[in-house]
Design a protein around this ligand. Structure first.
Ligand code: ADP
Ligand code: ADP
Length: 213
């Protein structure tokens, strides 16, 4: 089992980069998307998670790690995974190392997407997503080809309830406090590769593909 981790603040473009990596055969795992699925299904976990997510806070480590454990334990040993938004705390990173070791898995690359805060706010406030296929758009930077409708599914696009300026600023603070320390954690393991995510989408995607060989 092989893992690539996309590390970076909300809005850096992790989901947008993932779209091309999926075409290369990676299995995309977004913990945010797994949680939103549970919110849509109105499970007890989903209802609890929604409150935290709308407040810009993290869902508890044990909840997220247990979702990932179940998923990996049920997967083929030679699968290649792309983690988007996980791990997000040092505890998650340590538990993830233990889990991978127990499954004979390795982390091949940790790709760090760098992007300034003001750009991020602009990106997230204008983000639109397709509820059906998860495609990510932006009202000005990456608009759908017609109206407010997904190019793939043809259905209306939605705006996430946590993509308000106030919640985005809160999420950036939480990122700096709890996720940014992962950069030195993976640097010490010689795994970090930095990408400038403040360039046009095609260039960011090309740089990530280059790093992954
Ligand atoms: P973004 O990349 O815009 O931050 P995500 O879809 O990755 O959005 O995450 C949305 C929300 O889901 C986060 O703000 C957080 O509340 C929760 N979440 C996602 N992944 C994790 C995680 N690994 N640990 C804790 N909470 C998480
Ligand atoms: P993340 O998964 O890191 O939270 P997304 O991939 O969802 O970020 O991107 C956030 C928003 O910014 C989306 O509306 C997306 O269309 C837009 N976006 C992503 N990458 C870029 C880029 N390089 N330039 C301009 N806009 C971008």
């Amino acid at each position: 089992m092989k893992a690539v981790i996309l590390l970076g603040p909300p809005g850096a473009g992790k989901g947008t980069v993932s779209e091309v990596l999926v075409e290369k055969g990676y299995n995309h795992i977004s913990t945010g998307e797994l949680l939103r699925e549970r919110i849509r299904q109105k499970t007890p976990l989903g209802l609890e998670a929604k409150k935290l997510m709308d407040a810009g806070q993290f869902v508890p480590d044990d909840v997220v790690v247990s979702m990932i454990r179940k998923l990996l334990e049920a997967s083929s040993p030679d699968a290649e995974f792309l983690f988007d938004g996980f791990p997000r705390t040092l505890v998650q990173a340590e538990k993830f190392d233990e889990l991978l070791a127990s499954l004979n898995g390795t982390i091949d690359h940790v790709v760090q997407l760098e992007c300034p805060a003001d750009t991020i706010v602009e990106r997230l406030v204008g983000r639109r997503t397709c509820r059906k296929c998860g495609s990510v758009y932006h009202v000005s930077f990456n608009p759908p080809s017609k109206g407010d409708v997904c190019d793939v599914e043809g259905c209306e696009l939605t705006q996430r309830s946590d993509d308000t300026e106030e919640t985005v600023r809160k999420r950036l603070k939480v990122y700096a406090e709890r996720t940014a320390p992962l950069i030195s954690y993976y640097e010490a393991k010689g795994l970090i590769q930095q990408i400038n995510a403040n360039q046009p989408i095609q260039d960011v995607r090309a740089d990530v593909l280059k790093v992954l060989g």
